[in-house]
Ligand binder design. Structure first.
Ligand code: ADP
Ligand code: MG
Length: 329
C-alpha cells in the first residue's frame, strides 16, 4: 500500500513548486495576512511556509496528513460548489509521502504552539508543546528522498527555484493585500517582498515584481455577463510592450490555473496588433460558477475545464480587441 500511495502522491506533487502552491493555498484559506517562504536548493532540500493564519486545532493534528482529511468539506454537496481552494484533503497527505513534514501551529485560543512530524500520512509520536505565535509553519524536507528517479529528473535546482519564485510572484499579484516574501536561505535577502495591507493594489505589486517598464504599459479591463454568469477583471499590456514569450497569469475562482483554450484566445487577439514573434503580458482574474468548473482534469490541478469556456473566451477577446484597437488610434 505504501508504494501505491507514494506513486499517487508523486502525481500530485511533481516538483517543489506544486507542493508550495498547495501549501500557500492552505495559508490563504486560513486567512493569513503574511506568508513567508523559504526554499533551499530549489525547495528540494527544504521548503518552509510560515503564515499568521487561524492555525490548526490540537485535536486535528494526529490525522492532519491522512488522505481526505479536510476541514473544508462540510457536506457531500459541497464537492460541487467549493468556496475555498481546498476540497480534497489530499495535498498534505501527498506531500507526506514524498518528503518529511513538520508542522508547527497555534490557534488564537491556544496557550502555546504545538509541533508535530509526519511521514507517509502518519504523525510520528505525539505533538509537543513549543513556543510560537498564532499561525502555522510547515516545513517540507528532502523532497523525493524515497524516489531517486524523480529526484534525478529534477537535478537542476535553479530551474526548480525559478518555478517556486514564479508561484509566489503570481499569488502576490492576485493577493496584493497579503504580504509575501521568498528567500533561498534564512540569512539571504528576500528575492520578493510585498508589503501587503488594505490599500495595496495588484498594479503596485506588478510594478514591484516586474518593474515600471511593464507596469506603465498595462491597461485594466473588466468583462461580465449574466448568461453565462461570469466576471473577469485584469491587466493586459498595450501594443507598446512586447516580449519574446507570452505571460498569462490566470486565476479562476482565486486559484492559479492553466487553461489552454484561454491561452490561445489571448494569443489570437494580440496577433493582429503585435509584430510577428512578439507576445503580450496578461493577468486575468476570472470568477465563474464553482459548480461549473472541473479542477480535476490533471492531477496537479493546474489545467482546468469549465462550462461555457468558449463563450467566455470570446467575450474576453471582444473586450480586449476593442481596447487595443482604441489605443492604436
Ligand atoms: P484541503 O486544503 O483540501 O482541506 P490539505 O491536505 O491541503 O487539504 O489540508 C488539510 C487540512 O489541514 C486543511 O483542511 C486545514 O484544515 C489544515 N491546514 C493545512 N494547512 C493549514 C494552514 N496553513 N493553516 C490552517 N490550517 C491548515
Ligand atoms: Mg489544501
Amino acid at each position: 500500500e505504501a508504494v501505491v500511495n507514494r506513486i499517487a502522491a508523486g502525481e500530485v506533487v511533481v516538483r517543489p513548486a506544486n507542493a508550495l502552491k498547495e501549501l500557500m493555498e492552505n495559508s490563504l484559506d486560513a486567512g493569513s495576512t503574511r506568508i513567508a517562504i523559504l526554499a533551499k536548493a530549489g525547495g528540494l532540500k527544504m521548503l518552509r511556509i510560515e503564515d499568521d493564519g487561524h492555525g490548526i486545532r490540537a485535536d486535528d493534528l494526529p490525522i492532519l496528513c491522512e488522505r481526505f482529511t479536510t476541514s473544508k468539506l462540510r457536506k457531500y454537496e459541497d464537492l460541487s460548489s467549493i468556496g475555498t481552494f481546498g476540497f480534497r484533503g489530499e495535498a498534505l497527505a501527498s506531500i507526506s509521502h514524498v518528503a518529511h513534514v513538520t508542522v508547527t501551529t497555534m490557534t488564537g485560543s491556544d496557550e502555546c504552539a504545538r509541533v508535530a512530524q509526519y511521514s507517509e500520512s502518519k504523525m510520528l509520536g505525539p505533538a509537543r508543546p513549543c513556543a510560537g505565535t498564532r499561525g502555522t509553519t510547515i516545513v517540507v524536507e528532502e523532497m523525493f528522498y524515497n524516489n531517486p528517479t524523480r529526484k534525478q529528473a529534477l537535478s537542476k535546482e535553479s530551474i526548480e527555484h525559478a518555478k517556486v519564485l514564479e508561484v509566489v510572484q503570481r499569488y502576490a499579484i492576485h493577493y496584493p493585500k497579503v504580504g509575501f516574501s521568498c528567500r533561498k536561505n534564512s540569512s539571504s535577502v528576500s528575492e520578493l517582498t510585498t508589503v501587503g495591507g488594505a490599500d495595496v493594489t495588484a498594479q503596485a505589486v506588478i510594478s514591484t515584481i516586474y518593474g515600471q517598464n511593464l507596469a506603465r504599459e498595462l491597461f485594466p479591463f473588466s468583462v461580465a455577463s449574466e448568461d453565462p454568469k461570469f466576471s473577469c477583471t485584469g491587466f493586459a499590456s498595450s501594443p507598446n510592450y512586447t516580449s519574446r514569450s507570452l505571460t498569462l497569469i490566470l486565476f479562476i475562482n482565486n486559484r492559479l490555473v492553466e487553461c489552454t483554450p484561454f491561452k490561445r484566445a489571448i494569443e489570437a487577439v494580440y496577433q493582429s496588433v503585435l509584430p510577428r514573434h512578439q507576445h503580450p503580458w496578461v493577468y486575468l482574474a476570472l470568477q465563474v460558477d464553482p459548480a461549473a468548473i472541473d479542477v480535476n482534469v490533471h492531477p496537479t490541478k493546474m489545467e482546468v475545464q469549465f462550462l461555457h469556456e468558449e463563450t467566455i473566451a470570446q467575450k474576453l477577446q471582444e473586450t480586449l480587441l476593442a481596447q487595443l484597437q482604441n489605443m492604436g488610434g
